[in-house]
Design a protein around this ligand. Structure first.
Ligand SMILES: [Zn+2]
Length: 712
């Protein structure tokens, strides 16, 4: 459609704009569905859990492809304390009848990948070990409020096995709340009302979890992200030259009780034998074909045995570098993890395959990008976002001064619906790149396709993440970046603007059926989505790498802050009606005027088309620092490792995004005790951001009038 031709590129002077468009057009001829398919097949034809020889083969393949593409490849080893293998996991009915319950996916004749002997039973990493036989209590989603409700109803889970369904929160919190309430163990099962036959036809006919589809996943809930023994520090190899202080595993906050997942085809056998007479509260009835009960009663005994060791596991971060021709010390980073619960054809390796083709396409460009592009492949994400966090902690100082953006592509080619989440300054970058790329076999751009699906309910958010979009009539829905993937340390610990983007669709999340059979049948049999996403990612990378002035959307900070401040005020007013956040809103108003002034001045400077390289370098350096205005060394009350006042993963759910998390946390406690301090810290951050923008405006000089004063 030639959508790119009429577009005005943000951040480029006119003379460089034409050059950039030529580079991008050339870049967008390099993609090949065959290449993407080849990589996806090479990466995901064997199960490759972190710490296994199969995952080391994947590591070597990734390194090899990037080297051949002309990138300089470095491998960073880390020794992380984690559960490497599922060990032993048994669930059985003991009374009134003996019945072992299935915790494996079936071998399906149509899915050749399902018969591999290396495939594991269902398990949850970082479970405690134990062998308990006890009565059961149903605890709905196992959220804080669910356990509170059980208590209010006079039901104790002490010494019992808790039956909790997936959904509603991070699975680790189900275990945490259950253990705190005295439970002996937890069985987490997939309820068909949340995902399964109540939602549609099940696998392998359809894409909903079948009676034997199991969601695996980590249970780690320490109050920071990364290796549980080395908060703030990189988990460098134990036998390496630099010794890192590690927490004694005995003192780490691991769950002690056994926890394991079940598919609904097995969980229903427990439900069928429950005899408790107390009916469930409204909303607790799930999709199994019986009336749910709170208690199993004394006639039902279930055995839960988990034997799972934790140990030091060496994991490897693979980083490929395309050194910038002019500004090698300014970095653009794109990443995705490569470890998987099983085959990982969508999660994560659709993203890995896309990044490998990106490396190949960029490597073929006759002219190297001005800035450095790093393509990163992380290990041990599934166990708790471990590898990327250790790398960020290792590289923190360098990243802090050099990084321009981190772009995460976990499971980035998992369907056909484009979406994204980003920090404010990068939202426009996604939109503009999507406007420049054609959606395959249609007369639309990716952007037009994205806009058309606005309002259409998404069946999956894997790979796209985020939540609570900022509403805007004229743009597609872009989420705010939450937790659950490898951007966490970049964004929430160091303050690097981050984004996540890709195509989503149906998923058999964390099950062994996420394989090439599923990918071909349900995700994309044409393999054209890989190249399409690669074009969007490459376009974003090349714009960040070559722009004269970094294409951050500076005024978006003010727009989004206004929304989030109002949300925070509303949450606090709910229990403290006189509360007003007006002072901060007034500050943001000034910020907005200065940001708009900056944008006008930057545009004016670029249009003159005579650029002073030193001046640009200084401006871009200051721009890189904007996001860091939100970094507060004191960190959050729920964990000082989370240092961004702007964004955090929700500490109760682990996945959802919390904007202005210090306020949100205070509101979650219905407390006003810390509000003055929280307000002061935000005032300082906004002032700091404003001062940086004022200083940018001074550097830019020119004639634009002083609108907002800008010193408050
Ligand atoms: Zn993933």
């Amino acid at each position: 459609m030639g959508a790119q031709a009429q577009q005005n590129l943000s951040g480029f002077a006119p003379s460089n704009q034409a050059k950039q468009q030529k580079t991008e057009q050339e870049y967008r001829t390099k993609q090949s569905a065959e290449r993407y398919k080849l990589h996806l097949h090479k990466l995901t034809s064997e199960p490759h859990l972190a710490g296994t020889p199969e995952n080391e083969k994947v590591r070597d393949y990734i390194a090899d492809v990037m080297r051949k593409a002309g990138l300089q490849v470095e491998i960073f080893p880390h020794d992380i304390y984690m559960s490497k293998s599922p060990g032993e996991s048994i669930v059985e009915l003991v009374e009134p009848i003996r019945m072992p319950l299935n915790n494996r996916e079936f071998i399906l004749p149509e899915d050749k990948y399902s018969s591999d002997p290396r495939l594991t039973p269902g398990w949850n990493a970082y479970s405690g070990s134990g062998d308990v036989t006890a009565e059961v209590v149903y605890a709905n989603y196992g959220r804080k409020e669910d356990f509170e409700q059980l208590k209010a109803l006079g039901i104790s889970v002490k010494g019992k096995i808790v039956l909790a369904r997936y959904g509603g929160n991070f699975r680790g919190y189900k275990a945490k709340h259950a253990e705190a309430a005295g439970a002996a163990g937890v069985i987490i099962y997939t309820d068909p009302s949340d995902s399964g036959y109540m939602k549609g036809i099940t696998f392998p006919e359809g894409t909903q979890p079948s009676d034997n589809t199991i969601q695996r996943g980590s249970l780690l809930t320490v109050d920071f992200t990364g290796d549980p023994l080395t908060p703030f520090e990189p988990a460098l190899p134990l036998d390496g030259p630099k010794k890192i202080k590690r927490i004694d595993p005995k003192d780490a906050a691991f769950h002690k009780i056994p926890v394991t997942p079940l598919p609904w085809g097995s969980a229903v056998e427990i439900f069928k034998k429950m005899t408790g007479t107390k009916a469930v509260p409204a909303g607790w009835q799930g999709g199994l074909p019986l009336a749910y009960r709170l208690e199993g009663g004394s006639t039902l005994k279930v055995r839960l045995k988990v034997k799972q060791d934790k140990e030091f596991v060496r994991v490897y971060q693979v980083v490929g570098t395309l050194t910038g021709s002019e500004l090698p010390d300014e970095w653009i980073l794109a990443g995705c993890h490569y470890d998987a619960w099983g085959y990982g054809s969508t999660d994560p390796n659709s993203g890995t395959a896309m990044l490998l083709t990106l490396a190949e396409s960029l490597g073929k460009l006759p002219q190297k990008p001005k800035r450095t592009i790093k393509i990163c492949h992380w290990d041990a994400e599934e166990h708790g976002v471990l590898g990327s966090t250790e790398w960020v902690e290792q590289m923190r100082d360098e990243l802090s001064t050099k990084a321009i953006a981190y772009m995460n592509f976990d499971a980035a080619v998992s369907g056909k619906m484009f979406g994204g989440s980003a920090s404010p300054s990068l939202k426009k970058l996604i939109i503009e790149a999507a406007q420049s790329v054609e959606y395959p076999d249609s007369n639309k751009t990716v952007y037009e396709h994205w806009l058309a699906q606005k309002g259409a309910k998404k069946s999956s958010t894997v790979g796209v993440g985020g939540s609570a979009p900022v509403a805007n009539e004229n743009e597609p829905t872009i989420g705010n970046l939450g937790g659950g993937s490898d951007h966490i340390a970049f964004y929430m610990h160091v303050g690097i603007p981050s984004l996540s983007a890709g195509v989503g669709g149906p998923t058999l999340y964390h099950s062994l059926y996420d394989d090439l059979f599923f990918y071909h049948k349900f995700v994309d049999s044409t393999y054209k989505m890989g190249p399409m996403v690669e074009q969007v990612v490459g376009t974003m990378s090349l714009r960040l790498a070559n722009a004269d002035i970094l294409p951050y959307d500076v005024s978006r900070y003010a727009t989004d802050l206004t929304t989030h401040l109002k949300t925070a005020e509303k949450a606090i007013k709910a229990y403290s009606p006189s509360y007003s956040i007006g002072k901060l809103l007034a500050q943001v108003e000034t910020l907005k005027q200065n940001a708009e002034q900056f944008e006008a001045k930057a545009k004016a400077l670029l249009s003159e088309d005579k650029l002073d390289k030193n001046k640009l370098r200084a401006i871009n350096q200051e721009l890189r620092n904007l996001e860091k205005a939100f970094i507060d060394p004191k960190g959050m009350a729920y964990g000082s490792w989370y240092r961004s006042l702007y964004a955090s993963s929700d500490p109760y759910s682990g996945y959802a995004s919390w904007m202005l998390p210090a306020f949100q946390y205070e509101a979650s406690l219905k407390s006003t005790a810390n509000l003055a301090d929280i307000e002061a810290r935000h005032a300082k951050a906004i002032e700091n951001l404003n001062n940086k923008i004022v200083s940018l405006n001074q550097q830019l000089g020119g004639t634009a009038s002083s609108l907002g004063g800008g010193k408050n």
